[in-house]
Ligand binder design. Structure first.
Ligand code: HEC
Ligand code: HEC
Length: 172
């Protein structure tokens, strides 16, 4: 019974997050290969209204913990695809890579930027989503239980966020 419910839910998720969780939908993040704990936490933040999203809130409203965990497990094991098209702009890539190194993103997100535990994968994420969500952290409109990223990105100019999003979207 629970298994059947999860199969239905996963198909619903893929309608926006893409086949296997690799998103081709504007503004919608890929969830393939995200750490299981990260996905679990974010779904609970949406469900409890800790992370505001008019789109995700109704989807997870009333969802039970075992279903949340089963979905997180399923998408965390799904293979990641780099979907960004076109070669990286040289100037943006230089700036973005320099920021990744000097701001030690890899210390939390791992040197591969694949994430671990409560820290998300940021390599191969959609560029538009990375841009929007980093601006939201900086502007304190993406909230949750974890304020780490608001501190990391405080005061960062848009041009730097743009360079980071550009280069991260193209990393495997
Ligand atoms: C109608 C489209 C839609 C559907 C259906 C949908 N999502 Fe989402 N999801 C979104 C959007 C848009 C966001 C980004 C929200 C934001 O940051 O404001 C999101 C965000 C997320 C995030 C946060 C990812 C991150 O990197 O921060 C997770 C996890 C997630 N969704 C999982 C799921 C799961 C699991 C399902 C199925 C039960 C699902 N979603 C169904 C549109 C959808
Ligand atoms: C001190 C640890 C730490 C450092 C350093 C750090 N991050 Fe994070 N990052 C986190 C945590 C924890 C989260 C999840 C926060 C949450 O739940 O909202 C996160 C979330 C993110 C997200 C959201 C991804 C998604 O799918 O929703 C992005 C993008 C991001 N970080 C980019 C970066 C970049 C770029 C750098 C370097 C400039 C960086 N982070 C440095 C800990 C860190």
């Amino acid at each position: 019974m629970i298994l059947a419910t999860i199969l239905v839910a996963a198909a619903v998720c893929e309608g926006c997050h893409g086949a296997g969780g690799n998103s081709t939908t504007a503004g919608t993040p890929s969830i393939a290969g995200q750490p299981e704990i990260f996905i679990t936490n974010q779904l609970i933040y949406f469900r409890e209204g800790l992370r505001p999203s008019p789109i995700m809130e109704p989807i997870v409203k009333g969802m039970k913990d075992p279903e949340v965990i089963a979905l997180a497990k399923q998408f965390s094991k799904s293979p990641v695809k780099v979907l960004a098209e076109g070669k990286a702009d040289a100037a943006l890539a230089k700036r973005g890579n320099a920021l990744i190194a000097t701001m030690f993103c890899g210390q939390c997100h791992l040197p591969t930027l694949a994430g671990r535990d409560q820290v998300p994968r940021i390599a191969a994420q959609r560029e538009d989503y990375l841009l929007a969500t980093m601006q939201a952290y900086r502007d304190n409109t993406r909230t949750g239980a974890d304020t780490t990223m608001a501190e990391v990105l405080r005061g960062m100019p848009d041009e730097d966020i743009k360079a980071l999003a550009h280069v991260l979207a193209r990393k495997k």
